[in-house]
Unconditional design. Structure first.
Length: 189
């Protein structure tokens, strides 16, 4: 059954916010804000889509730096999208950090991303450890660092679902502290 044929899908999408508070994190030992084509692509697309960009940073492939940036962004953003540090080299530490923050993993995100990537790069798609899920009240998505991978995730998965995802997170609230999150009524966004 596709979303379009699901009776509740049109109602959920109609109720979804048009603009979402989003932060972008690039994890790289070599990129700067000026050379970060993947991050700049995301920022451009988010702004063109009417979303509110509440943060952007480039940090080194360093677990404490990644964790600090993500948790800092989670205070203000309903969604945080990271790119980079998702491969299998010794320096790729983004995924363990993101997974340690997730309270509700969304395995379908990584599965669908790898399916879309397979169409583009063949078997090399298995090297991607892209992951997504809910961390408290914030949706986290960790993407590979290449511009092609970020474009694939944006155009194939995130662009048309961000409002719907934010709506689902806020719809019935999330367990945890009594404070509403940035994606919920009365909470920072």
């Amino acid at each position: 059954m596709t979303d379009a044929s699901h009776p509740a899908a049109p109602d959920h999408r109609a109720a979804a916010p048009r603009a979402v508070r989003i932060a972008v994190l690039t994890v790289s030992d070599t990129r700067t804000e000026e050379t970060d084509t993947s991050g700049q692509f995301l920022l451009s697309e988010l702004r063109a889509g009417g979303h509110e960009v509440v943060g952007y940073r480039v940090v080194q492939d360093d677990a404490p730096a990644i964790r600090a940036a993500l948790t800092g962004f989670m205070r203000d953003a309903a969604v945080v999208v990271s790119s980079g540090g998702t491969g299998i080299t010794g320096r790729d530490v983004t995924i363990p950090v993101v997974e340690s923050l997730l309270t509700k993993p969304m395995p379908g995100f990584g599965e669908l991303f790898r399916m879309l990537s397979y169409r583009e790069v063949g078997g090399a798609a298995m090297l991607s450890r892209a992951v997504g899920g809910l961390a408290g009240h914030t949706l986290l998505f960790a993407l590979p660092g290449s511009l092609n991978a970020v474009r694939t995730a944006w155009e194939g998965l995130l662009r048309d679902e961000l409002g719907h995802l934010a709506f689902e997170v806020a719809r019935h609230g999330q367990p945890g502290p009594d404070q509403p999150g940035p994606g919920q009524p009365g909470g920072g966004g």
